[in-house]
Design a protein around this ligand. Structure first.
Ligand code: F6P
Length: 484
């Protein structure tokens, strides 16, 4: 049974994330409608929610607007409002100009501002309160990602009856980097309010535990962070938190089904034809983000053209860069840099007939993305740091005929699982060039064997098995002897 507003008894399962799976969009005619939100988190959680009878608490993407709970695509949605100031301080500021660069190896310098932190606390409290209001007694609440790291503790204080999980979709930095954060202790204590904190990689979970040991009063034992025994000699009021690696995945079967859809297959052919039927289509698909290594990729590709290793007409690189965090200065700078590079390279290498890089600053629906994956021979995922990278997994899953090859940065979470890809270090431009050439020249039986193995892995480790494993772990009581 569900609550609407303050009625009891509420939802038994709740996902809490900064974004709802849909964003408010206004058409040219002023008509309001809903569009799927960007990013890997929504790709992963939406199918989980469609299979469960729970609710999703999050922001609906339009500042200042307050909405009643509603349903979309079989999911109950509970909107949390953010105003212009929250967007600037909590979202663009603390989440995306402090935490995001800090957690991604300080690729750009993180900024630390107390006003951003104050607003981050305030918005986290708003999410915790909205959740506490609609959760049934003893419900399971699953909090998502770096924007909401204080929610587990706030929720536990308000509702000690809840089972609370947290999943961090992005990397977790080593103590050396994390220590820069002026509010490091509060963030760690916020997370420790969860019974289970999940990470993409084992390395992220162990970074977290090392930070807990160094910067909080908790004792770390194996994967557990145990609170100090209070003066009354009892730690029952504080929870034990367990850190685990749970690499996220995709809806492998759905991707494969779409890849067999005659309309999508025809669209893939059409895309290739419109590109001039080159021998090789290379593809990059990213949010336009400095963590994705787009400039490094363009540099390597440009050098291959200049060296005469690749010829325009024979090959074409399609680069989809979907708009992201457009009010944040670093993202604006990156857009200018990427567009300058694309302009230079095309100016240098294009012919009347053919282009070197087809650059698309758009986001596309899933069906069009699958057609693009099918149209491509070589997928380039060259992130400088990436929590997982679901694009790499989607490309592999879409190639059900085992054609194509994936060139993958070793700094992605996906590199731990897609070990049959061609792994590259995106900082090493020569290494990346060799990786791309190797993919281009690979014997088809070799590439087919690799793609088959990776696809098998994705069939066995899809998004349903990810959520099932996390939630099973969350449901599991702590073994008593682990505390002794
Ligand atoms: O997966 C990382 C992530 O930051 C998600 O939390 C987020 O929803 C997605 O990327 C897209 O970013 P944003 O919500 O800032 O547009």
């Amino acid at each position: 049974e569900h609550a609407s507003g303050n009625e009891k008894p509420g939802y038994d399962f709740i996902v809490v994330a900064n974004r709802l799976p849909v964003d408010r969009v206004e058409g040219d005619d002023g008509e309001l409608s809903w569009r799927r939100s960007p990013g890997g988190l929504v790709t992963a959680i939406a199918p989980v929610m469609q299979e469960s009878d729970g609710a999703w608490v999050g922001w609906h993407g339009s500042p200042g607007e307050e909405l009643e709970p509603f349903e979309n695509d079989r999911i109950s949605l509970i909107p949390v409002p953010l105003d212009e100031e929250d967007l600037e301080l909590y979202y663009e500021g603390f989440s995306n100009s402090t935490l995001w660069p800090l957690y991604h190896d300080v690729i750009v310098p993180p900024e630390f501002h107390r006003t951003w932190w104050d607003n981050y606390k305030k918005v986290n409290k708003r999410f915790a309160e909205a959740t506490a209001k609609v959760a049934a007694h003893g419900a399971t609440v699953w909090v998502q990602d770096y924007q909401l790291q204080l929610v587990p503790k706030l929720l536990r204080e308000a509702r000690p009856d809840l089972r609370i999980g947290f999943f961090n979709h992005i990397p977790f930095p080593s103590p050396g980097i994390f220590s820069q954060l002026p509010w490091r202790k509060q963030i760690l204590e916020g997370l420790a309010g969860a019974d289970v904190v999940g990470f993409q990689r084992t390395a992220d979970a162990s970074n977290f535990l090392r930070c807990m040991r160094r910067y909080t009063d908790r004792t770390v034992k194996g994967s557990l962070a145990i609170p100090p025994v209070s003066s009354e000699g009892n730690s029952a009021s504080l929870n034990i938190c367990r850190a685990e690696a749970h690499p996220i995945s995709i809806d492998t079967r759905q991707v494969a089904e779409m890849a067999h859809d005659p309309e999508i297959m025809a669209r893939a052919k059409q895309i290739r034809h419109e590109l001039g039927d080159p021998k090789t289509v290379l593809l990059g698909v990213d949010r336009l983000d400095y963590t994705k290594g787009i400039r490094h990729r363009l540099k390597a590709y440009g050098e291959l053209l200049a060296d005469g290793e690749i010829h325009v007409g024979d090959a074409c690189l399609v680069q989809v860069a979907s708009p992201s965090r457009e009010n944040v200065e670093r993202y604006q700078q990156l857009k200018d840099q990427v567009e300058l590079m694309v302009g230079n390279l095309n100016g240098e290498h294009d012919t009347m007939e053919h282009t070197a890089i087809r650059y698309l600053h758009h986001s596309y629906p899933m069906r069009e993305m699958i057609a693009l994956y099918l149209a491509a021979d070589i997928m380039l995922v060259t992130s400088l740091r990436d929590g997982m990278n679901l694009v790499a997994k989607e490309f592999v899953a879409a190639h059900t005929d085992d054609t194509g090859m994936l060139v993958l940065s070793e700094f992605t979470g996906a590199a731990d699982q897609l070990t049959q890809s061609l792994l590259v270090n995106p900082h090493d431009i020569d290494g990346m060039k060799s990786g791309i050439l190797r993919a281009l020249r690979m014997d088809p039986t070799d590439s087919a064997r690799r793609m088959r193995r990776m696809r098998r892995h994705l069939r066995e480790h899809d998004v349903a098995s990810w959520s099932k494993a996390f939630l099973a772990s969350l449901a599991q009581p702590l073994p008593i002897d682990s505390l002794v």
